[in-house]
Design a protein around this ligand. Structure first.
Ligand SMILES: Cc1cc2nc3c(=O)[nH]c(=O)nc-3n(C[C@H](O)[C@H](O)[C@H](O)COP(=O)(O)OP(=O)(O)OC[C@H]3O[C@@H](n4cnc5c(N)ncnc54)[C@H](O)[C@@H]3O)c2cc1C
Ligand SMILES: *[C@@H]1O[C@H](CO)[C@@H](O)[C@H](O)[C@H]1NC(C)=O
Ligand SMILES: *[C@@H]1O[C@H](CO)[C@@H](O)[C@H](O)[C@H]1NC(C)=O
Ligand SMILES: *[C@@H]1O[C@H](CO)[C@@H](O)[C@H](O)[C@H]1NC(C)=O
Ligand SMILES: *[C@@H]1O[C@H](CO)[C@@H](O)[C@H](O)[C@H]1NC(C)=O
Ligand SMILES: *[C@@H]1O[C@H](CO)[C@@H](O)[C@H](O)[C@H]1NC(C)=O
Length: 447
């Protein structure tokens, strides 16, 4: 199928350059844009809106039936109230404030919930206490040291720009860095702030810096992170969707079936199987650079392939569960006493196991603690979302060997540009800053 389509496209391209024969004109729509953008998540939509605001024409191709990528929204059937689950926090930075203001969406400091946490070993359902439990002062002091180390690399604020030669501090395993700078007291909180990063202590320091950037961590520690006043990040994407649709700049539920340099052949749901040919001056890829996601439609160069296969990723899963019998302001945390000094919990490793554990572990905790979980409700999913691949990162060895310099060298090759979490950090504010400061100036340059 791949070969047939590529033959089809190649011959089509040749004919288009000459003139469009009437037989083909009936079978295919042709549209021309300054920039074609694949992926309608955080990075893709930021760039699409910025480009439109600069007077450029764009087309966004998103495979889902809505924009927003990882943003997930649950609408309560009783009240009609929409709420995001999983995704909510933004750093208080100029790019975040400018972008939300652009859509007239007010931001507020995140509400401080008065949650009473208790800890259980989810494997047994019994209460458990962490083997190591630093005081708040110790935690803050350790974070201050962490921030001071981060501040040695100011170029990381804009993207993954590293000093040359790359200091060992950036590629050693984070566990060694923790010992070196004696910041053990920050580790339990770091785990809670971003539990989706895999084995925190084995990850390279740079990857921890990317996953836990100063602005966000500081914002969470001081309760100054921002969230939309309505508690619906999805509102941003609904407004972007309306704007892009009104200028015929959006294909939802669409699939790129083939590309030839920066000409894309796209299948959209509205055209009875008729394909659309997009001729763009630039291509911006805003989906994770995962060969499994790209190979079906993009012919990766050997360099791209060799870089993208280096990525290690995890999955992050979010569920809304009712029938927990938890009081409204109670929170439960999983930990495994003496599993490393930090009592890290054991985590399931497949989506099926995650779904199973989410309910089964709550049932077990209910059963083991009847006094704390009174009543008879049984847990059931109201909503569930899988986020994979999440947290694309590379090994310390790859960092040392110049992975990120080679990755960044791809920008602009064959008029193709890249943005998204793999290029900055897995945090929208950082992706927007990187898109605004690095990608868009290069991309717009000669348009
Ligand atoms: C549970 C959870 C909570 C989070 N909480 C926060 C938070 O509070 N604050 C924060 O800043 N960040 C948060 N993040 C991180 C944030 O969601 C990501 O950093 C951000 O969404 C990444 O943006 P992106 O543009 O790289 O990718 P995405 O937002 O994932 O966008 C990629 C898009 O490409 C589409 N796509 C994939 N393949 C194709 C294809 N072949 N053709 C067309 N389209 C395709 C996808 O459907 C998706 O819409 C959270 C993430 C998760 C999973
Ligand atoms: C807030 O919510 C209301 C009702 O759901 C909606 O009509 C309105 O557009 C929202 N405003 C913003 C800024 O999100
Ligand atoms: C963001 O930070 C600025 C400057 O520190 C502050 O004035 C502003 O109130 C903050 N925004 C919110 C919504 O808290
Ligand atoms: C927080 O909740 C606890 C337990 O429910 C309660 O005793 C305490 O007064 C609350 N604190 C605030 C500031 O609301
Ligand atoms: C939980 O939600 C499910 C699915 O919506 C519903 O069938 C069930 O009755 C709910 N249970 C409780 C305790 O609210
Ligand atoms: C954890 O290890 C300590 C010290 O070895 C021991 O005293 C304690 O009983 C252990 N706790 C559990 C729950 O295994």
């Amino acid at each position: 199928m791949h070969t047939i389509l590529s033959l089809f496209l190649t011959s089509l391209l040749v004919t288009i350059v000459k003139s469009t024969p009437p037989t083909l004109a009936g079978d295919i729509d042709i549209i021309k844009r300054d920039v074609a953008i694949t992926g309608g998540g955080a990075g893709g939509i930021y760039c699409a809106i910025s480009l439109q605001d600069q007077g450029k024409s764009v087309i966004v191709i998103e495979k889902k039936d809505r924009l927003g990528g990882h943003v997930e929204t649950y609408v309560d059937p009783g009240t009609g109230i929409a709420m995001d689950y999983g995704f909510a926090l933004f750093e208080n930075t100029s790019v975040v404030n400018d972008y939300f203001a652009r859509f007239d969406i007010p931001l507020v400091k995140i509400r401080q919930f008065n949650i009473t946490w208790s800890t259980y070993d989810f494997r047994t359902g019994k209460t458990a206490v962490p083997s190591y439990n630093p005081s708040r002062e110790e935690v803050l002091a350790a974070f201050a040291t962490y921030f001071a180390q981060l501040a040695r690399y100011p170029e990381l604020e804009q993207g993954i720009f590293l000093p040359s030669p790359i200091p060992e501090d950036l590629y050693m395993p984070f566990g060694r860095f923790v010992d070196k700078y004696k910041i053990h007291a920050a580790v339990p909180t770091m785990f809670l702030l971003n539990a989706g990063v895999g084995d925190l202590l084995s990850n390279a320091v740079l990857e921890v810096f990317r996953a836990l950037p100063r602005k966000l961590v500081e914002g969470v520690l001081t309760s100054t992170v921002l969230t939309p006043a309505n508690h619906t990040v999805i509102e941003l994407y609904r407004r972007a969707e309306a704007e892009l649709s009104s200028t015929s700049s959006l294909f939802l539920s669409a699939e790129v079936v083939e590309t030839h340099q920066i000409t894309l052949l796209v299948r959209t749901p509205t055209t009875d199987g008729k394909l659309t040919l997009i001729q763009a001056k630039r291509l911006l890829i805003a989906i994770p650079p995962n060969p499994a996601l790209l190979d079906p439609w993009l012919r990766l160069t050997p360099t791209e392939h060799s870089l993208f296969t280096r990525y290690i990723s995890t999955g992050l899963y979010v569920g809304l569960v009712n029938g927990t019998r938890l009081p409204p302001t109670a929170g439960i945390l999983n930990l495994a006493p003496n599993h490393t000094m930090y009592s890290f919990p054991y985590l399931p490793d497949t989506e099926a196991a995650v779904r199973h554990h989410m309910l089964d572990d709550i049932r077990r905790i209910q059963r083991e603690n009847p006094d704390r979980f009174p009543g008879t409700g049984a847990p059931a999913f109201v909503a569930f979302a899988a986020h994979a691949p999440y947290n694309l990162q590379v090994s310390g060895e790859d960092i040392k060997n110049g992975f990120y310099e080679r990755l960044y060298a791809l920008q602009g090759e064959m008029n193709t540009f890249w943005t998204g979490s793999a290029w900055a950090a897995d945090i929208s504010g950082d992706i927007w800053k990187f898109s605004r400061g690095v990608v868009l100036p290069m991309l717009v340059g000669e348009l």
